[in-house]
Design a protein. Structure first.
Lengths: 127, 583
């Protein structure tokens, strides 16, 4: 599974990518929506894009629309520092998932598995 | 049974009089209800009573004018009749004397026995004569017939004799003469066979004349008498009898017609005076016939009626005043209660608004904290991963420390989530709600804007919709949000249509439809997503419809949207009649 992480919090997205990699998920990261578009336009395919909702420039919501246009197979997970997941799921369409910050990595991996329909890797092999 | 008088008293008791809810004052439409009340009573009283009073005064005026006209006419008629009688009385006697003088001639009349015979015959035929005498042109009385011996008297200086010399006949004023008895002299002039003049004179009993006059006196408020042209009484008067025998009324100028005028007596009381100058066919007289009537006497019936009318007017005014005061109090009370309800709603709305601001502030703070928390969480997690997954390092104690960092972050995350949910975490308090009243309340907030922007708001919520058991604040917020949303979406001059219908017996459907810009099909399934907005950056939070969606869900209802670009949008909300049954 190949995952694209987009978040303007540079340290955060770096840490998240490393943790996913440690769990056998191939994760790449960029800091802005524009960079993400460039990457996908080059023809790189990602199974899932994990997007921060609030970013300078192109917001997560807008970026999803753009990326869907470029690669219709792509699935999306939104990260937000704004409120509880329950509140957001209420208003969300079926095709997207919202996860609140701070994030539980196990929940993210479970969500990624659900979206791709593939087997969920053991998030924490030693536990 | 006891309730209805209490309710009646409650509705007319001026509650606004002791309005001491000062915190509501800025939200009242009318600041001074006492003044409004006073003005209402004053205007109603004026419009009700003024025409009544004016009409009554006009009626009085008309009645008095017609009474005046009528009394003038009556007095004139009475005067005219009396004048005819007096004139006839004098003419009759003058004619008898003329006939006697011409028929008998001087020679026969100077025979004393014959003259006595003539006097007796005249008394029998006409009456009212005291004596009869023949006077030579020198003024000396030649022959006398009557109770007094006045033969040889000289009348040449008497005014009546001098007047008789000039005219064919004369009527004297009332005078006492040689006998000191009031009498009137009538005399006619004739010619002797030798061509010299002689005068046949008779004394008239004033008693007879007075009787004739008093036959024309009508009632105790009227007087009838004769005066000479200097205002001296010639016959007795009821009103003007005094030492001087002088009448203190301004005498009219000569006229040969009977007249009546309005005047006032010496006490200032209004009177009607009828007068006529008495002239016989043969000779003029100095008599003026006067009929005086006191107006108060003639008005008595009318004055009684007027007093009755005045009483009626006073009683009507009192009844009107009571009814107007009660009605005004009732109406102003109703307005006050409605205004008070509005003010209370406004205060509540303001409090809700403050809570919403607190919620937004909390959300902002939580958002700012969540990002660094996420960084701490991921960094600590990564370090832990290095120990446990990559197994680069081995230190159980350090892993425990990292776990406590992650736990602390988790605790902080819980707190920020609670903070974010603050504005929306109020428990659902159900109470019976009239949907129509609530929608009307919400619309009333937008009335001014609607009028200003020429937006038509149409509401159609049938009376058959039952009361809904739900949370007042949340339902109000839902309707307010959707109406707000519609107001932002429509252009000036558009319309907003709110209607409701039953959906089975358990649910009610509310439609909020506008003919604004509409939403394109590809945006339609995203409008309830948080942060989704078509407004310019900084204009909308993108949370309004999302919050509305959450609120509808909390009330166990459902919300859907139908829209066409350029044609408008319809939101359909379905709510259970009993909120708690629908869990």
């Amino acid at each position: 599974m190949k995952v694209l992480l987009v978040d303007d919090e540079k340290k955060f997205v770096l840490m998240l990518a490393r943790r996913l990699n440690l769990r056998g998920i191939q994760a790449e990261f960029v800091y802005t929506g524009a960079e993400a578009i460039v990457l996908v336009e080059k023809g790189e395919h990602f199974d899932v894009a994990v997007l921060d909702v609030k970013m300078p420039g192109i917001s997560g919501i807008e970026l999803r629309r753009e990326l869907e246009g470029l690669d219709p197979r792509m699935k999306f997970v939104f990260l937000t520092g704004h409120g509880s997941s329950i509140d957001y799921r209420v208003g969300a369409s079926e095709a997207a998932f919202y996860l609140p910050k701070p994030l539980k990595i196990e929940e993210l991996i479970k969500t990624l598995g659900r979206l791709t329909g593939g087997p969920v890797e053991d998030a924490n092999p030693r536990h | 049974m006891m309730k209805s008088p209490n309710r009646f008293l409650g509705s007319i008791w001026p509650r606004f009089y002791l309005n001491n809810d000062e915190h509501l004052n800025p939200y009242y439409t009318f600041q001074d209800y006492r003044q409004t009340w006073g003005m209402a009573i004053f205007i109603l009283m004026t419009t009700a009573l003024l025409p009544l009073i004016v009409m009554t005064l006009i009626y009085y005026q008309l009645i008095e004018t017609s009474i005046d006209t009528e009394s003038l006419l009556r007095t004139e008629r009475a005067t005219s009749n009396a004048r005819r009688a007096v004139t006839f009385f004098l003419e009759e006697r003058l004619a008898a004397l003329t006939f006697t003088a011409n028929e008998m001639g001087y020679d026969q009349l100077t025979n004393p026995g014959h003259l006595t015979e003539v006097l007796r015959n005249l008394k029998l035929g006409f009456g009212g004569l005291t004596d009869l005498s023949v006077i030579a042109d020198s003024g000396t009385q030649v022959t006398y017939a009557g109770p007094f011996n006045l033969e040889g008297k000289d009348y040449s200086n008497q005014p009546w004799f001098m007047e008789c010399q000039q005219h064919d006949a004369c009527v004297s004023e009332t005078f006492s003469g040689y006998r000191d008895v009031p009498h009137i002299v009538v005399a006619v002039k004739s010619t002797r066979p030798d061509g010299r003049l002689f005068v046949l004179r008779a004394t008239l009993e004033t008693e007879r004349l007075i009787q004739t006059l008093s036959a024309y006196k009508t009632g105790e408020h009227a007087d009838i008498f004769l005066v000479n042209r200097n205002g001296l009484l010639q016959t007795p008067s009821q009103f003007y009898e005094g030492e001087s025998h002088h009448v203190d009324i301004t005498l009219p100028t000569y006229s040969n017609r009977t007249k009546a005028v309005m005047s006032a007596d010496r006490n200032g009381q209004p009177i009607v005076i009828g007068y006529a100058f008495i002239d016989t066919e043969i000779a003029p007289t100095s008599f003026i016939l006067m009929v005086v009537k006191q107006k108060a006497g003639m008005m008595k019936v009318w004055l009684n009626l007027r007093s009755d009318i005045n009483w009626f007017l006073v009683v009507s005014a009192v009844i009107l005043a009571i009814v107007i005061t009660l009605t005004s109090t009732f109406m102003v009370n109703k307005i006050f209660q409605a205004d008070r309800q509005k003010a209370e709603t406004m205060v509540m709305a303001e409090q809700n608004c403050q809570l919403a601001s607190i919620g937004q502030l909390a959300a902002g703070v939580a958002h700012e904290i969540n990002n660094p928390l996420a960084l701490i969480n991921e960094t600590a997690g990564y370090v832990k991963d290095l120990f446990l997954i990559k197994a680069q390092y081995e230190d159980t104690e350090l892993v425990e420390h990292i776990d406590s960092i992650i736990e602390a972050v988790d605790r902080c995350g819980t707190i920020t989530r609670q903070l974010l949910g603050f504005a929306r975490r109020f428990d659902v308090h159900t109470q019976p709600i009239d949907l129509k009243e609530m929608v009307a309340d919400v619309i009333s907030f937008h009335k001014k804007e609607a009028a200003y922007r020429n937006i038509t708001i149409h509401m159609d919520i049938p009376e058959t919709i039952p009361l809904i058991e739900t949370d007042r604040g949340k339902l109000q917020q839902i309707i307010l949000n959707l109406v707000n949303n519609a107001f932002q979406a429509i252009d000036d001059g558009c319309f907003l249509d709110i209607r409701a219908e039953m959906d089975g017996s358990e649910r009610v459907r509310l439609f909020i439809r506008d003919n604004g810009c509409g939403i394109s099909e590809d945006h339609l399934n995203k409008v309830f997503e948080p942060f989704f907005t078509t407004k310019k950056e900084g204009k909308g939070t993108g949370l309004g419809l999302s919050i509305t969606y959450g609120l509808v869900k909390k009330l166990h209802g459902n919300i859907t949207i139908q829209s066409k670009r350029g044609e408008g949008t319809t939101f359909e909300i379905t709510l259970p009649i009993q909120c708690q049954k629908e869990v």
